[in-house]
Structure formats: C-alpha cells, structure tokens
Design a protein around this ligand. Sequence first.
Ligand code: SF4
Length: 314
Amino acid sequence: MKEKLVYNKFSDYLKIKYGEKVYKLPVNLPITCPNRMNGSGCSFCAEVGTGFEAMSSSAKVKEQLTSTKRKISEKYHARKFIAYFQNYTNTFMPLEQFKSYIWEAAETEDIVEISISTRPDCIREDYLTFLKEVEEKTNIQMNVELGLQTVNYHTLDFISRGHGLAEFIDAVTMIKKYDFSICTHMILNLPGDTIRDSIEGSKILSALHIDIVKLHSLYIPKNTRLSKAYEDGTITLCSKEEYIRRLAAFLEHLSPDIVVERLFSRIPEKDAVFSNWGTSWWKLQDEFLQFMNEKGIYQGQKYNYLNGSALNRL
Ligand code: SF4
C-alpha cells in the first residue's frame, strides 16, 4: 500500500488546489498569547512558543516573507506561497494592528494563501469579517489554524490550555460561516490521554467537518513545567508503538475528506528533554507506514458513525 492511499496528504491537496507545489513561509510577529499572560501558559510551551525555526519577530512581515521566499524559490523553483503566521496567538492583538500585518502579507508578491495560527478563545466576528474582505479583494485564500490538542477536557485542564472543548466548537462554528478552511492541531500522546481520546478526537473533528488536521507527537521543550514533571517522573509518556497505534486509530476513524498535514512533530533535539523517542522523523514515518500496510489500515476505514448510523442498519 502506498503512502498516498493510507492517508489524505497535505502536499497533494495543495497541488490540486493551486495546480502546483505550494510552500509555507513562516512569519514571526512580536506578540504573545493570552494564556501566557493570564497564567504561565500551556505546560509544554517554550519561551519561544512554537517559532523554533522562524526569523526574528523584529523584521517586518514583508521582509520575512521576501527573504524566505527568495531562498525557497532558488532551491525548488517555487512560484506560489502561503504566508504562515505561526508563532503564539496571531489574532491576540488590537484589530487595527492585525489588519496592518495581514495587509502586508497580502501585498507581498506570489502569496496565494494566508494561514493564521491562533487559539479557539481568540476568534471574533470582526476579525473574520476583515479577513473575508481581504479574501474578496485579493482572491487570496484564508486558512485558520486552531490549537485544540485533545478533546479530553480533563487533559486540557491538566496541561493548562486555558480553554475547553466548547470554545473550540464555538470558534469552528463561527469560522465556518466565512467559508475559510480550518486546520486543527492535535497531540495524540498527552499524559493522561488514551487511545479512546484519539478516536473521540477524530470523530469530533469529522463531525465538525474540519478541513485539515495537523498531528503532533508531544515533545517536551527544555525549561518548561512539563520538562520538570517529566524529569522528576511525575508524568510518563506512552511508547512509540502505542503512539503509532493511536495514530492508526485516529486515521481510520477520520473522515476521508479531511487532509492530514503532519503525523509527527519536528523540533531540534537540542531544544527538548523528550522528542520522538530519540527516533528520526523519517524513521518514524517509515515505521508508521509499515504498521498501516501490515494491518491494512487506511484513513476513513471506520468512518461510519455519522448521519444516523443506527438508522442505516434498519
Ligand atoms: S496556546 Fe500556544 S503560545 Fe499560548 S501558551 Fe499554549 S502553546 Fe504557548
């Protein structure tokens, strides 16, 4: 069985949508996150947030985009790009400031899509209305990335996410009205979660008709609350084999229409006390595909639980 048939790949989705290969250009803004302000942030949040490989936030949006675009164009002859507002919470700022950043990206040449990473409790109608205006004026597509991580609200509390499942459902309902694509981040090996949480997460994202899912294996950055808990043995993480089983279960319950952007996290090992069981990203990918092939599992195989599923058996 080829990788393509096992799950609905993001690179294929972009190629179909834009007619050629499209590359993401990370943008790093000088902002923060309400969860870091109100408490001490998610227990795994590093000082740099998620921007391990991004340029300095002091550079202008256009400068960041143009510089990374030049490098990628030279290497891959790329012509179409996504401006990816990646780090911290990219809607947590006054509306006028948000507008100015988004326009800077929209006015950069060769941008076909703007992707905005944020939290479910930072979505509001006036921000979405503005994005719709930009989309209509420029024909640049909008994508909103929401961090959820797990549908288990006990685990959300344990990792101090600062929001529950209801806020996520509310944000999705609001964004859907504007017809923007929605990507959701999930971590399948959070301490306290089981394979049952992975399956329920997959079902909820399918029921909500999410467009894209980005799956992460939990990594534990140095100098975080979670790194202390990991080092003193207060928490344990599931094995690599169990993670692969959860990944397979997640995918087999996931709607075949949902695009899968990622299966394992990627961060520099030097920045973490735990990352991918000390296994390279490529090897994990191979082990996962081998597991799926051996078991004959593919995305959507068990997607039969919506639309009055009991009635269908009458
Ligand atoms: S939502 Fe993101 S930026 Fe905010 S505390 Fe959590 S991991 Fe950090």
